[in-house]
Ligand binder design. Sequence first.
Ligand SMILES: Nc1ncnc2c1ncn2[C@@H]1O[C@H](COP(=O)(O)OP(=O)(O)OP(=O)(O)O)[C@@H](O)[C@H]1O
Length: 771
Amino acid sequence: MTARLSLYQKAENELYKMDSSVKTKFYDFCHLFRNDPDHPKLDLKPLKGDGRIFRAKIDPSYRALLARAGVGPDGVQQWLVVAVRHRRHVYEELSVAINRITGEIEFVDLGVVGQSVLKRAGIALTLDPAERDAHTEPKPEPSAAPEPMLEPASEPLLASCTAENLRSLGVVEALIDLALQVTTDEELDQLVAGAPPLTAEVLTGLGAGMSVEEVEREITRPAAAELEPGYEDDMAAALTRTAVTTVDDDVRHVLAEGDFRAWKVYLHPTQRKIVERGYKGPARVSGGPGTGKTIVALHRTARLAAELPHGHNKPILLTTYTKNLTADLRSRLSSLIPPELIARVDIKHIDQLAQNILNENKAAGAQRSLINDDQALDTLREVLFEHDEQRWDAEFLFDEWEQIVLGQSVTSRQDYFKARRAGMGRPLSRPERAAVWKLLDQFTLRLNGIGRETWAQAAERAARYEIERDRKIRLRAERKDEVGGGDLIHLDDNSSAVRYLRHRYQHVVVDEAQDLSSAHWKMLRAMVAAGDNDMFIAGDTHQRIYDRQVTLSTVGINIRGRSSKLTLSYRTTQEILDQAAKVVRAESYDDLDDGTENLKGYHSLLRGPTPEFVACMDWEDEISQLAAALKQWRAEITRPTDEGTVRDPSGTMAVCVADGEMAGRVAADLQIKHGITTAILTKEGPQGGGEVHVGTMHRFKGLEYQKLAVVGASDGILPRTGLIEKYATTDPKRYERELKKCRNQLFVAATRARDALRVSWHGTASPFLPV
Ligand SMILES: Nc1ncnc2c1ncn2[C@@H]1O[C@H](COP(=O)(O)OP(=O)(O)OP(=O)(O)O)[C@@H](O)[C@H]1O
């Protein structure tokens, strides 16, 4: 090898979309270039404009554009492929620069900027002489949009910004004047689509109405690197800061796999910083749907695992709320790190973790089986009936039990008298609290008597065991300190069980944190010693779909000063995101602590069709229209590519509904009446093997689909008025909580769609829809 070749992220993404014959030739080109960059077949020449860019031949039509990036520590010359272009699009105006904020190499192609903007800025693109002279094809062909009509003068879109503002925010120099000439959203979109990453984000933020200060705080600052004087000429150093793929013999495989692997290699600068930072205690990452919180949690886990010394135990816990997401985390982590590192990570969903603790602590004959909340409510109803209790219904008492008694680990009547009931709609006097305590006591005794417990109770018990274990570990450590590290042989806790007691984990990583209960958090807190990098928490409170609001500081988890936020969505188009955000805009959200959270700055660089909102006449009509839409989507997905390949549509489309009964109905109707095969989403993942996934909003947590339909979005279903209406008068705060929960479910559902979203209803539309 005489040259080392890397591939710029944008170039790699462009290559994914190219014809496979170009990809294969590109692979051969790389092979030749690495062995001899001066091979005559490659015809390597600097461009007339920016002499730092070279063009080399891939075949008679395609060119690789390369930047020379100095010599590596081993003396091998380094080259970066910044783009692959048809020779008709190799202009003198192509340039590379080192970004003044990130220190990364950036490639700028004015050919992708709209003609109208170029014209306004007085720029005409000139084909590079090497391409003009060497071939017979005479006409230089502009790659951008055709000549526009003479436009009326209109106000620039970024009129409130100056060139200096854009420069200080990190917009690449070559695009500053052009950005200030943009007058329409379409022009801005086109500019952003071709711009380097930081420029694209800054301009999108400004275009979406963020102020210069907000963009500085939320986009520029997190991406900043420490740069030495003279950085702007040091391409070799800049290459080390730039997201690239080293081209080796695997590149053919890489290109064939497509952009599904992109996240494995490239983290956005903000994501990377969050992953790589050292934290002096628990840290938390928030961000709207699809901003890569899970990806960051996975990379964080991978990094922690790689830093651990070799061993045979599992010092890292990676946990989340649901079983199917746990399986997903496992498979994604396996594609990031080798089996010997995976072996150091315990990947379990939170209830499974609690069950393991309970099994470990099980006294003979004390086993309890789990029941769901509906079964527990029936038991509570029996207790109320037997006591002829009319003042409160079972739902109210069950809520009181989960939120206050279990939520605050209240274990005695005295403590219950003192418990804070903020957020509970109905006040309770002291005598009433005494009566409620008695009823709840009867209820738990009865459950106990029949050997049953709810999931929430199990979590609470598991937390207590872990807290006790933590207490013993700490006590022993303190005693050891007191005796100056000496043996504790004379102390009462010297049983071998205690002597070898350690915290279960060194690091705990949590995804979907917004849905964990306070018992879960207490259990996790007690499982890891407080210290550097102890807990890493990813979640979005807008996606909380269970009624559990926990302030982390009250369960001993202090994230203050260690919170970061992601704002760029990699999943959803801006069009979907705009509509989805309207569903939750009216509410206020906590930040898992004492503060509040919002979706400010949340944006996407992806564009797609406007979401469809479809009013139907009745159920039959809704299903027929849904079936037609699904067939249309299927035709789009399975349309053969230029290379003649046809994509398998299985699992690319989904239908989301409010409850399990409706899921069954939709699946049956689609199958029987319209011949569309379906798979029902269950706790274990999709069951049934059909093409279209159908499930309730709860099951869609953390998933994503290319095209998604929400069906039955009618008033009375979203929200389920029949079930919650009674709280409007008896317990207004609970009523508000129920409405918010329902909004969040709809928000989660809508943001699972990558590029097409369709929402339908019959009767009156849900009041939460932005229609
Ligand atoms: N740096 C990246 N490069 C490429 N793709 C990315 C990157 N980060 C995230 N993605 C992709 O964006 C999508 C959403 O990522 P992820 O599931 O981590 O988001 P999230 O914030 O956890 O979403 P949600 O809150 O909705 O569950 C995934 O398809 C993921 O592969």
